[in-house]
Design a protein. Sequence first.
Length: 330
Amino acid sequence: MLSPVVKEYARRQRFEYKQLLSLIKKYDRIAIFRHIKPDYDALGSQYGLSTFIKDNFPNKEVKCFGDNHVTFTPRLFPESDRENDSWFDKPFLSIVVDVGDEPRIADPRFAKGSYIVKIDHHPCKKDIANLSFLDTSLSAAAEYVASILLSFKKYKISKECASYLYIGIVGDSGRFMYSSTSKHTFAIAEALLDCDIKISDIYLNMYEKKLDDLKVTAYILNNFSVSPHGVAYYVIPEDLQTKLNITSERVKENVNLFSNIEGVNAWCSFAEDNNPKDYCWRISIRSKKKDISGVAQKWEGGGHAQASGAKIKSLDDLPSFIKDLDDLFA
Ligand code: AMP
């Protein structure tokens, strides 16, 4: 039995939900895309949706595209599909999840879809889809995907599908702690629990660390800085990443060390990313109360009120970036 909160949310969009179901039925080939540098929500919403389609429409060809994650693949999610360009020449339904802005979509071939659907919760500059599901108030794209799939009453949501969606929601709601967590988020989580998922196993898989990872934590605790108005931050350049045996994507894993420290209003990590196509320092920003997405947008980024990402080209920009954040709390 779905809770009235979930039913009411779905009722308001029932025509669009039905339209999506018709599209899934219509196309024999479906490709699902996510954002670059995937996180729990990008992968959870992508694999939740693909598993649902494969479980209920076993004759369809369903592919998931985008780069694998350094530690989540294959521990939590399967390897991404790899297809050469000819695959995209025949008609297919393109579904883009957890991303709206074109440059952040992990594979530009999403645009070759005969019809493009987007399911997202990020503010977006220019819509890329023929049919858009966009609600920036939702905690996670996986919350949206779950709302849609749970409304398709005749179809089954397997334990595997529900587990992926739950991971996405836990990841992007900061374990149900960010202000985007709502009654609807909990009601969706409850409905996913009814699909027999084992949350203790899910949490262990998501958050279990290796003993060696404590060295990274120790480094950060010994080397962080705090600005005058409570912006805590740490910087891990490439040579140190090598020494600590982590990749640039993993630098942000410790960012929430500062989430419950009195006097710390926002916190961020700086990771040198030596990618030759886009050399930069990737910043993961989190905030207790104030909306930091405006500062993220100013610095080539974006995201949500309490969890955003940005980048700077050189550490020379770090003081100006920190000042922008610090000014929010002055
Ligand atoms: P992260 O710190 O990488 O976990 O990202 C936090 C949130 O900000 C996620 O919702 C990301 O999708 C979003 N985000 C991160 N980097 C960017 C960027 N450069 N542009 C737009 N959104 C971003």
